[in-house]
Design a protein around this ligand. Structure first.
Ligand SMILES: Cc1cc2nc3c(=O)[nH]c(=O)nc-3n(C[C@H](O)[C@H](O)[C@H](O)COP(=O)(O)O)c2cc1C
Length: 187
């Protein structure tokens, strides 16, 4: 058998085994994209991805955030400067492959000053959401999801953006799974 044909057959079989729709490169029609500076959002993203059998893409900044960078009390810190200047869109490593084939995209991030960090705006502005259902989720210390999702939707200017949800650090898996089920039942 032609080696390329054999490889594509195995992709097809693993996609079927994963229970997702079959695309050339993806094992699911759902993607969970997330940024997490200190791990809280990553934990929530992994519960959502496992529940949906979704693919994941982590936004990893080319220049990782140090503790000083994350000091929101210091107006000169990197995160403070980025928040003050929306034109700063930090570079991230790699990109989603097979973007066009995803029908549903979950986007997760920590709340920084009430909204999503600039790196998430960078991702949103770089991708075409036309024809996709988009669901945002966040983790925050106290202030919650707020307008963070609708703000990203404005930036994207395409896609069917659903209202999102916020979880506190240490949210129980059951709480996250219940939310995933409620979102799925609305779609
Ligand atoms: C720069 C910065 C700004 C933050 N701003 C807020 C905020 O406006 N409201 C809030 O409740 N929590 C705020 N937090 C707390 C984070 O949202 C919270 O710790 C989040 O769970 C971190 O997620 P991560 O571990 O995925 O990075 C902020 C944290 C940082 C580092």
């Amino acid at each position: 058998m032609n080696i390329f044909k054999a490889a594509s057959t195995s992709v097809l079989l693993s996609a079927l085994a994963a229970g997702g729709s079959v695309h050339a490169e993806n094992s699911s029609d759902t993607l969970v994209v997330y940024f997490s500076a200190s791990g809280n959002t990553e934990k929530v993203a992994s519960v959502i991805a496992a529940e949906l059998k979704a693919d994941t893409f982590a936004l990893k900044p080319v220049e990782p955030y140090s503790a000083e960078d994350l000091d929101y009390r210091n107006p000169e810190s990197r995160s403070s400067r980025e928040h003050a200047d929306p034109s700063i869109l930090p570079a991230y490593t790699g990109d989603v492959s097979g973007w066009g084939a995803y029908k549903k995209v979950y986007i997760g991030y920590p709340i920084w000053w009430g909204v999503a960090p600039n790196i998430v705006y960078g991702f949103v502005s770089k991708h075409d959401f036309n024809g996709k259902t988009v669901v945002t989720f966040s983790t925050s210390g106290s202030t919650g999801h707020g307008e963070s999702g609708t703000d990203l939707a404005k930036k994207a200017a395409a896609g069917n953006w659903k209202s999102g949800a916020d979880f506190k650090a240490g949210a129980k898996s059951e709480e996250i799974k219940d939310w995933v089920k409620s979102v799925a039942s609305e779609q």
